[in-house]
Design a protein around this ligand. Structure first.
Ligand SMILES: Cc1ncc(C[n+]2csc(CCOP(=O)(O)OP(=O)(O)O)c2C)c(N)n1
Ligand SMILES: [Mg+2]
Length: 338
């Protein structure tokens, strides 16, 4: 792959440098989230994206940011950061502050930023998948050429509502890409124990949908596959089902201390050999795109940035108690314009 620019002209060396910076920032950001959580600063649940950075990076760097729509489950910090949501607002949301994307009342699982094309951040496993199809329906209805990245986990791929959605998405020719982030686990349950057929890539087939499995641990390959699929969906106005292979290095959530109850240390070590950040780092050095020193500088910068983000987020106050019911109920009376 040394002639990447010739082979795939839309990825420049500068793009690769940007992907490294973004992936490093996401990892350091997630580490700060864990620190904040363990210091008692964040309530509720929190799930990090450590190990999965190349997946969202490859997809989100292949869309028209701010125009195309993105929706995902509760493991949602990286998607927002990649779309350009202010990192301090994401962190402030995680630690329940007023400056957060949902005013501090949603928390980690409910990052939301429609101005940047991000429609959340949802906690019910599989529950947002029909909402993503709804976004695609809206785009098609308005004759816009937006595509939707509808991310879900491997566990979510067992939910019944996903299959009702696939049927309708195919029937209505919706420009919706169903992306299964197969990180091998649904909480502490390994894929083979929760999926009757672990070949998840096939699951769009009964709905006359194009389906495939791709590698989510190599950001360059992910970026190429994502671009090809997104272009196809935009052009053909039809849905697509993609299983993306990745791995969750962290426990399921910050409350899961991952004490080897469902996987071994050896397995984790083998998985770390596939670390998408180390892989890109090696590629950049071997292809003389960045020196070791230049990469170390980016590592130090992103670490300092992530620390500063948490400190800045802490300056934001807690929401006022009299706001507790704001943005929860909508007044549906006709005179209010509904
Ligand atoms: C409908 C529903 N059932 C159960 C849960 C509890 N739960 C939260 S996360 C999770 C596992 C989901 O795994 P997966 O879809 O693979 O996503 P990942 O956490 O690996 O990103 C479960 C069962 C839930 N939130 N919603
Ligand atoms: Mg999973």
């Amino acid at each position: 792959m040394s002639n990447l620019t010739e082979e795939f002209p839309s990825i420049s060396s500068n793009d690769l440098k940007q992907y490294l910076r973004e992936m490093l920032f996401i990892r350091r950001f997630e580490e700060q989230c864990n620190i904040a959580y363990r210091a008692g600063l964040a309530g509720g649940y929190m799930h990090t994206y450590i190990g999965m950075e190349a997946l969202a990076s490859g997809w989100i760097n292949s869309i028209r940011k701010g125009y195309d729509y993105v929706i995902t489950a509760y493991r949602d910090h990286a998607h927002a950061l990649l779309l350009g949501t202010d990192a301090v607002a994401v962190m402030a949301e995680i630690i329940g502050r007023k400056g957060g994307t949902a005013g501090g009342k949603g928390g980690s699982m409910h990052i939301y930023d429609p101005e940047n094309g991000f429609y959340g951040g949802w906690g019910i496993v599989g529950g947002h998948v029909p909402l993503g199809a709804g976004l695609a329906y809206a785009a098609r209805y308005r004759n816009e050429d937006r595509v939707v990245l509808n991310f879900m986990g491997d566990g979510a791929a067992n939910q019944g509502v996903v299959y009702e959605t696939l049927n309708m998405a195919s029937l209505y020719d919706l420009p919706c890409i169903f992306i299964v982030e197969n990180n091998e686990f649904a909480m502490g349950t390994r894929l083979e124990y929760h999926a009757a057929d672990p070949e998840l890539w096939k699951r769009g087939q009964p709905y006359n949908m194009k389906c495939e499995r791709v590698d989510g641990m190599d950001v360059i390959q992910m970026r190429k596959d994502a671009q090809r699929i997104i272009d196809w969906v935009r052009e053909n106005q039809k849905p697509y089902w993609v299983e993306v292979m990745t791995y969750r290095y962290a426990g399921h959530g910050a409350a899961d201390n991952d004490r080897q109850l469902y996987r071994t240390k050896e397995e984790e070590e083998v998985a770390w050999a596939r670390d998408p950040i180390a892989r890109l780092r090696k590629y950049l050095i071997e292809n003389n795109i960045m020196s070791e020193e230049a990469i170390e500088a980016v590592e130090a910068e992103t670490e300092a940035e992530a620390l500063a983000v948490l400190e800045k987020a802490k300056e934001s106050p807690f929401p006022d108690t009299d706001e507790v019911y704001d943005n929860i109920y909508t007044d549906m009376t006709p005179e209010k314009g509904h």
